[in-house]
Design a protein around this ligand. Sequence first.
Ligand SMILES: CC(C)(COP(=O)(O)OP(=O)(O)OC[C@H]1O[C@@H](n2cnc3c(N)ncnc32)[C@H](O)[C@@H]1OP(=O)(O)O)[C@@H](O)C(=O)NCCC(=O)NCCS
Length: 193
Amino acid sequence: MSGGSGSGGPAAPMVLPVPDLAGPTTRLRPWRVTDAPALVAAWRDPVIGDRLIVPEPADEASAASWISQRERAWADGRSVDLAVTDPPSGTVIGEVGLSALDPVRRAALVGWWIAEDWRGQGRAGEAVRLVVDWALSEGPLEAVMAEIAADNPASVAVARRAGLRRVQAPRKPSREPDGPRPLVFARTRTEGC
Ligand SMILES: CC(C)(COP(=O)(O)OP(=O)(O)OC[C@H]1O[C@@H](n2cnc3c(N)ncnc32)[C@H](O)[C@@H]1OP(=O)(O)O)[C@@H](O)C(=O)NCCC(=O)NCCS
């Protein structure tokens, strides 16, 4: 899969610390099992369903199961998933996650969604920026990337708000080789923001 560390053995997984991230309009925290209804509502939103892979069935049992697996995935260095909340009310309004954590390249993919009622207020841009700034300053990551469909201009704007820039990336093997190619955005640790 991702090769060796250069010293003979496989690279150790990257286990990031649990952050305390907050900006003027968002606060981020690990998912809690009590967030399952908010997650189900998001999974059932057709805009999110069109853009992201959601479990089938998208019900509370699936949501509780997904949330309960997050802590283990984080501890194993497989992913980092943070609920985006509205600071005054504590309501869950979205998610920002790091996936495909690659300890050899010290890279990860960042993804996000914001619940319908909370869109268009700059919260996605703020939350993604908080996570990317943190991952590249406090964590062991050297690069954060995002893959965004060309017909998703709001997400392109969110990526740019988080300091990611469009890069050319080699085409990956795909189950749909003739399907539309995502735009790839990236920010590295040494790049300014
Ligand atoms: C993408 C998504 C997170 C944006 O949420 P949001 O709360 O509206 O985001 P923000 O308010 O922080 O910012 C939206 C930005 O997109 C811009 N925008 C919105 N619609 C746009 C459009 N049709 N064309 C161009 N720009 C657009 C806004 O002007 C804003 O830009 P700015 O930060 O430079 O002012 C939300 O639509 C969503 O959850 N979509 C479904 C899931 C998804 O697509 N996830 C990403 C997969 S890569």
